[in-house]
Design a protein around this ligand. Structure first.
Ligand code: ZN
Length: 287
């Protein structure tokens, strides 16, 4: 039975890989894709954003800084989410992305220190939530090409945010809707960046703008014109992975399912977590 399942899995993997060339530019043949990303793991993302996107059925990406969560370090007047809140966010199908362990801009540090920022954050997020991030967001958006190349070569990173549109501040509903309209005309994948909702960095002068915009985006998605998905999901799709790439590990897993070659589990810094030959996950929380 196990052998049969293994064979079927192999067939599935190869059939998905061979059909990669025939994939539409965006899932469902939508005209454009949008990923809504929320930076810095702020409490408002849990208290205000999560209920709205859950009610609309929109999946989003949250860029997490583990050290801030552990030490309860505020960001521009914001408390970070708790690990428990992050588990809920992940359970609801949203992406937990890596934003560096201490939010140190990678262009200020050596490549090796940059790797450690990625791996310590990965390890902490994985240890607390069972989710291993596969996307990276450059802290402070500092991203010289050499650093971008280095990050993209990291075995745990499937994609990194290298461009975005800040959708907070004094943007109007009309401006944000026009942003999506232009993406559909040009056939683009656009990435929205948001920090604070009611205060803090780049907060919405009127948070209703965000809620109204998300409603409009949802209507476009329902009509088949727009694909709204997490950063990792669009990335995986565009790189030819299966539409439902398994990039999130099950909570407290014993076995790891792996469909993408870039998602090979690796022995991370200091033996924080590793996967042995039988792919039994061994957790050693030390960071
Ligand atoms: Zn940030």
């Amino acid at each position: 039975m196990k052998r049969l399942l293994f064979t079927l899995a192999i067939i599935l993997i190869f059939s998905c890989a061979s059909s990669a060339q025939t994939l539409a530019p965006f899932k469902g043949n939508a005209k454009a894709a949008v990923s809504y990303t929320f930076d810095d793991g702020l409490e408002e993302h849990y208290t205000m954003v999560l209920p709205v996107i859950d009610s609309l059925g929109i999946k989003a990406t949250f860029w997490i800084i583990a050290d801030n969560i552990d030490k309860r370090i505020p960001m521009v007047g914001h408390m970070p989410v708790t690990w428990q809140q992050l588990c809920t966010i992940a359970d609801h199908g949203h992406e937990l992305g890596n934003h560096g362990f201490t939010h140190t801009a990678v262009d200020w540090i050596s490549f090796e220190e940059g790797d450690r920022e990625i791996e310590r954050n990965d390890s902490a997020i994985f240890a607390h939530t069972g989710v291993h991030p596969v996307s990276f967001c450059f802290p402070g958006n500092g991203r010289p090409s050499a650093n971008v190349k280095r990050v993209l070569e990291h075995p745990s990173i499937l994609g990194a945010r290298t461009y975005e549109t800040g959708i907070g501040g004094d943007a109007t509903v009309e401006q944000l809707d026009e942003w999506l309209y232009n993406a559909m005309v040009r056939g683009e994948w656009v990435v929205g960046m948001t920090h604070g909702i009611t205060h803090g960095w780049d907060y919405f002068k009127n948070p209703d703008v965000l809620w109204q915009h998300l409603n409009h985006a949802k209507a476009l998605a329902d009509s088949g014109q727009l694909w709204i998905a997490t950063f990792a999901e669009v990335n995986a799709y565009r790189q030819g992975f299966t539409e439902t790439a398994t990039y999130i590990l099950p909570r407290k897993p014993r076995k790891v399912t792996q469909r993408g070659k870039r998602l090979i589990p690796y022995k991370s810094w200091d033996g924080t977590w590793c996967v042995d030959a039988q792919r039994d996950i061994k957790l050693k929380i030390k960071y």
